[in-house]
Design a protein around this ligand. Structure first.
Ligand code: ZN
Length: 147
């Protein structure tokens, strides 16, 4: 799938978010090394701290579909639902917790993961890698000495 198709998928996933408290909808598409795609959206809860990010939701789907160690890239888009779909002009990058979860997948696979962050309206984006967004992060590689 092209960047544009994946951004459209992430934006569509965001519209399926359950975000009654923040009103901020985030969608995430995860692409495997073989081109398989799964998606997820944020899922809030009345007990605020129990909310789940779109990336975590999509990572769970990815684990079930093809395995965390097969993730090649992810696409994230976030904003507010509007009359013409998801709106918002600022690219949305993964939060710190999701960066940690993505680093886990990257270290499992042994290769970096591309992160494409898009605005709600899909017009603005930035391209990063998880090792760029979380330099010197802690992951499975740091537990090699544990028994
Ligand atoms: Zn997050």
């Amino acid at each position: 799938m092209t960047d544009e198709e994946l951004i459209a998928l992430a934006r569509a996933a965001a519209l399926k978010a359950y975000a009654p408290y923040s009103g901020f909808h985030v969608g995430c598409a995860v692409v495997s090394t073989r081109g398989e795609v799964v998606s997820g959206a944020n899922l809030e809860n009345a007990c605020y701290r129990l909310g789940i990010c779109a990336e975590q939701s999509a990572l769970a789907a990815a684990q079930h579909a093809f395995g965390l160690d097969q993730i090649a890239r992810i696409v994230v888009a976030g904003g507010t639902p509007g009359a013409h779909g998801l709106a918002g002009q600022q690219p949305v990058t993964p939060c710190g917790g999701c960066r940690q979860a993505l680093l886990e997948a990257a270290q499992l696979s042994g290769h970096d993961i591309e992160i494409l962050s898009a605005s709600g309206d899909g017009r603005a984006m930035r391209r990063d890698t998880i090792r760029g967004l979380l330099p010197h992060g802690f992951g499975p590689e740091d537990l090699k000495d544990a028994d």
